[in-house]
Design a protein around this ligand. Structure first.
Ligand code: HSE
Length: 437
């Protein structure tokens, strides 16, 4: 049987999972692939700590160049993470004609177009199934299984930390900080938790998925990103009373010649299957023209689910190698020359429904003042709710709007904030209806 040599850069949680799975599933992989996947070398600055893997003949070294420059190694797996040394190692590996597998969504979202060019120039593969949604096979689904579809829209829960925090607040009424601490204890959060809770990790994944779905360059900078820091138990309770659940959604949707690309807390109907995706689980709903709705659900992180996705990339490349072919499926799902400069819809141009919560002064005429300003800005109110006890002379007032333009809503909110009718900043949560297409 042909032997395919593999090197791993970074022996942390994911690297350890990949080494474990390569060893544990040796026979299954050989019988499915028809080649031996031999883990030749692992590089990490820590060569001392026991990761509980029987390495056998695999060397553990501290110098990554011993992998990058090893003429025997066919596939290099990058599981270091981050955008500095990992970028250099991947670039050097591609330049050395090694196929690269990575889970590094931050790097792909920021420098993916350059990495794709380098891989193309060197006629090698760059694969990243583990970068979005952990073990959910979303990359392969977009590139291969849905190849005959125009993708109308994707709505996804792609960050386990945020989903866990929102579930905790919703179930136990915990405050945000308490729920975050609990997520960190369980090891869900990134080393820098603002990547998770401020929505950037989700945006990185959406930038990658949009490119695959729509044949566009990876574009992170134009994605609108809001995190979950301002979500309170009060909003979750209001949402529930209206039949909604609040989730941090990544939304990618075709709008004429543009793509809507936004990440923000979103109210979805409690009958939407995404509303039942709880704790640290991830899911994506894809609306495509031939298939209609398709959903994937799974662990978005964790040692073995992520390793499983990395192994699927290794298997693809190994199968190409034994068939004597290269780059069978284009890296972004479209041959590089067919990738178009599709633009992201400016956020001001978005039309959707809104949940607005004001801490209003309990004076006569306040409601009519707020609704007057909304009306002057073309915003039609579907319902008004004033519930809960007055505290320090203030009462929470919630308004649900009909479909309105983001620019109108932002202008109206600025005007309302300048009046003496409300205290503090209004809370704005966009509402997605399943019939919004
Ligand atoms: N911190 C990420 C999450 C890990 O919470 O989902 C996977 O990208």
């Amino acid at each position: 049987m042909k032997i395919i040599h593999i090197g791993i850069l970074g022996y942390g949680v994911v690297g350890t999972g990949v080494a474990k799975l390569l060893k544990q599933k040796k026979q299954l992989l050989e019988s499915r692939i028809g080649a031996v996947l031999k883990l030749k070398t692992i590089a990490d600055i820590d060569t001392i700590t026991d990761r509980g893997v029987d390495l056998g003949s695999t060397s553990l070294v501290s110098d990554a160049n011993l992998i990058i420059n090893d003429p025997k190694i066919d596939i290099i797996v990058e599981t270091i993470g981050g955008k500095t040394i990992a970028k250099k190692f991947i670039m050097d590996s591609l330049e050395n004609k090694k196929h690269v597998v990575t889970a590094n969504k931050a790097l792909l979202a920021s420098f993916g177009n350059d990495l794709v060019k380098t891989a193309r120039n060197n006629q090698v593969d760059l694969a990243f199934e583990a970068s979005c949604g952990g073990c959910m096979p979303i990359i392969k689904s977009l590139k291969e299984s849905l190849v005959a579809n125009d993708i109308n829209s994707m709505s996804a829960i792609l960050n386990g930390t945020c989903n866990y925090i929102l579930t905790k607040i919703s179930r136990d009424g915990s405050g945000f900080e308490e729920a975050l601490k609990s997520a960190q204890k369980l090891g869900y959060a990134e080393a820098e938790p603002s990547l998770d809770i401020d929505g950037y990790d989700t945006a990185h994944k959406l930038a990658i998925l949009n490119s695959l779905a729509h044949g566009m360059e990876i574009n992170l900078k134009d994605i609108h990103v809001e995190g979950i820091r301002n979500i309170t138990p009060v909003d979750i309770q209001f949402a529930r009373s209206f039949g909604y659940t609040i989730k941090l959604l990544a939304i990618g949707r075709i709008r004429g010649d543009y793509v809507e690309a936004r990440v923000h807390p979103t109210m979805i109907s409690s009958s939407n299957p995404l509303s039942h995706v709880d704790m640290s689980m991830n899911a994506i709903a894809i609306d495509a023209d031939a298939t209609g709705q398709t959903m994937l659900y799974g662990h978005g992180a964790g040692m073995m689910p992520t390793a499983s996705a990395v192994l699927s990339d290794i298997a693809d490349i190994a199968r190409n190698i034994i068939s004597g072919i290269k780059r069978r499926v284009p890296i972004l799902g479209y041959p590089e020359d067919n990738i178009k400069p599709i633009r992201i819809l400016p956020m001001d141009e978005l039309y959707t429904r809104y949940y607005l919560r004001f801490e209003a002064q309990d004076h006569p005429g306040v409601l009519s003042k707020i609704s007057g300003i909304l009306g002057e800005n073309n915003i039609s109110i579907k319902s008004v709710h004033q519930k809960g006890r007055k505290t320090n002379g203030k009462v929470p007032v919630v308004m649900i709007t009909h479909i309105a333009k983001e620019a109108w809503v932002q202008k109206a909110l600025k005007q309302i904030s300048k009046t003496d009718s409300i205290v503090g900043d209004p809370i704005v949560i966009r509402i997605e209806e399943m019939d919004q297409e």
